[in-house]
Design a protein around this ligand. Structure first.
Ligand code: PA5
Length: 443
């Protein structure tokens, strides 16, 4: 992985960046010492290096059982219990579902769309399917609701005994309804460690099981994360530490009025990685009425929509471009004798070369337009590089959150809507809140 902050550093005074660089060491040290805010949730810091081959074999063995039995596997989860596995799988899967003998992976429990759920049930009707039910708390409404529907359907289709072997629960070691249900029904379970928060949990069974089910190499993924853990640790000086450099430049840009960071890709397979990243940084930093707003775009698609705003809108943004050096496949532009489309100047070139020139042209145009540009490049999209990518952003997020002065490991704000929803739905225990909310609405 290579990081370049040159095209962003020129937008801020060098003294400020030097001061921020110094702060990164202290912030990184807090992650190591556990003396900062939210230190109960630092299990992710040395998670990659603590993962054993034996543990990965156990996850793989469980995935293999589901892979053998099921033609479709439904991954039920939301937020930190959803975005990580989807990010990795969608980056590695065939763009149009031609995944050979691998089961098809679909996602549920991440919304309450009735049509979505009805469509899913239509898809599963008459098929052998498995379910991975992922919920740390075990009480998340979206996930629990989807799981109830799926479990009922599966038991109806194959019977209770066979359904038991097609369901795996990934949840807390003892607390919550998902654990209780798994114990009662005898499901295979994996534990989400207490000290790893949802958005930092992709390298726990939250991500690993669903990624292995899709047929991807979880050992290579973890190896990439392990190497990045070494490359971003406290002992690595700022000049060689990409996580520290990224945290420093984004905090200085924020001080200079750049309130929105747009994560950019030029490869549609990275769309869900951007979604994962938005949760990671949004939930970690957006609190106490502070924090960069994390946005994302898929280029060149969105150059034809958001490109105008980015080039000429309010100058409160900066971009972080995730660039992939090499495509995994080759497509050559053919020659056409008539050349009616005027594209013969591209004949013989790889499509990736065209994409790369679009990327470079965009970078130059945006920098000229006043948009600081951070550039992050990965050799290619594979498990190893994705593992690096994941840990790089996790470490940078921890450092950056501490530099900002917030607790990067809690998410008190996500409870507000739940309280209102439960009151509106008359959930037992919410009687007083129900009365108050209906009185407010009927005023
Ligand atoms: O980051 C978080 O904590 C949230 O996004 C949770 O992961 C999400 O709400 C799902 O929670 P749970 O795993 O408890 O169902």
């Amino acid at each position: 992985m290579k990081l370049s902050i040159q095209n962003a550093a020129s937008f801020v005074p060098s003294g400020c960046l030097a001061a921020a660089a110094e702060q990164t060491a202290a912030a990184n040290q807090l992650l190591e010492s556990g003396l900062g805010a939210g230190s109960d949730f630092l299990g992710w810091v040395h998670l990659p290096s603590s993962i054993t081959e034996a543990f990965l074999d156990e996850v793989q063995a469980s995935a293999n059982i589901l892979r053998e039995k099921a033609e479709i596997i439904v991954v039920a989860g939301i937020g930190g219990s959803y975005l990580g596995p989807r990010a990795v799988n969608e980056a590695l899967d065939h763009a149009f579902g031609l995944n050979g003998n691998n089961p098809r992976i679909v996602y549920a429990g991440n919304n309450i769309g009735e049509d979505y759920l009805a469509d899913l049930m239509e898809l599963l009707d008459g098929k052998t399917f498995g379910i991975i039910n992922i919920s740390k708390s075990g009480t998340t409404t979206e996930t629990a609701l989807a799981f109830r529907l799926l479990k009922t359907m599966l038991e109806k289709q194959v019977g209770k005994a066979a359904a038991k072997d097609l369901i795996v629960a990934v949840t807390d070691k003892e607390k919550g309804a998902a654990r209780k249900l798994a114990t009662k029904e005898g499901y295979k379970t994996f534990v989400i460690p207490d000290n790893v928060g949802g958005r930092f949990s992709v390298l726990t069974p939250v991500g690993l099981l669903a990624i292995a089910c899709a047929g991807h190499d979880i050992k290579a993924l973890v190896r990439g994360a392990q190497d990045m853990e070494k490359a971003t640790g406290v002992e690595v000086p700022y000049e060689q530490n990409p996580a520290a450099q990224y945290a420093a430049i984004r905090n200085v840009l924020y001080q200079y009025g750049k309130k929105i960071e747009i994560l950019v890709n030029f490869n549609p397979k990275l769309h869900y990685f951007m979604e994962w990243w938005k949760q990671l940084f949004g939930e970690s930093e957006g609190k106490d009425h502070r924090g960069i707003y994390p946005a994302s775009v898929d280029f060149t698609t969105d150059l034809h929509s958001m490109g105008q705003w980015i080039q000429e809108g309010e100058r409160t943004i900066f971009e972080t471009v995730v660039s992939i050096e090499k495509s995994n496949k080759t497509v050559i532009v053919p020659m056409d004798e008539e050349n009616l489309d005027g594209l013969n100047f591209l004949a013989g070139k790889r499509v990736d070369e065209v994409n790369k020139m679009a990327e470079l042209g965009t970078q130059l145009a945006h920098v000229d337009g006043g948009v600081p540009n951070i550039h992050l490049s990965f050799e290619k999209i594979d498990e190893y590089n994705l593992g690096q990518f994941i840990y790089f952003f996790e470490r940078a997020c921890g450092i950056s959150g501490y530099m900002l002065g917030v607790n990067p490991f809690n998410q008190p704000g996500v409870e507000a809507y739940k309280k209102n929803m439960f009151a509106l739905l008359h959930k037992p225990g919410y009687e007083a809140a129900s009365e108050a909310i209906y009185a407010r609405l009927n005023k």
